[in-house]
Design a protein around this ligand. Sequence first.
Ligand code: 5GP
Ligand code: ZN
Length: 111
Amino acid sequence: MASDCIFCKIVNKEIPSAFVYENETLVVFKDISPKAPVHLLIVPRKHIRSINDLTAADQPIVSELIFTAQRMAREMAIDTTGYNLLFNVEKGGGQEVFHLHLHLTGGYGTK
Ligand code: 5GP
Ligand code: ZN
């Protein structure tokens, strides 16, 4: 837990936020400023700054992020129309919150 990290505060429920899904490894919630009709953030409970900071021990977390994205896409019914998965990495890569998170965006349909 990083005391000044907004996603740690959300994960620990210090800031109220409705989770779309949660398990012992991660939580999923809606992006406050959605860039697509569906925009979810898949966030590990563990504070990891970015993809750069992953270690081999974090492999199960990374795997769970991806499989949760697959599951969420199916549950939001955007799996067949299509979606994007995105990790922004550090400031030059567009990262603004320095707690690892996977963006799931989609829902535009096919037309
Ligand atoms: P980044 O640019 O770091 O990859 O993405 C951070 C995302 O977190 C942004 O899309 C932003 O809208 C979202 N965000 C920032 N603060 C909050 C918050 O307090 N609650 C929620 N639900 N999303 C947030
Ligand atoms: Zn954090």
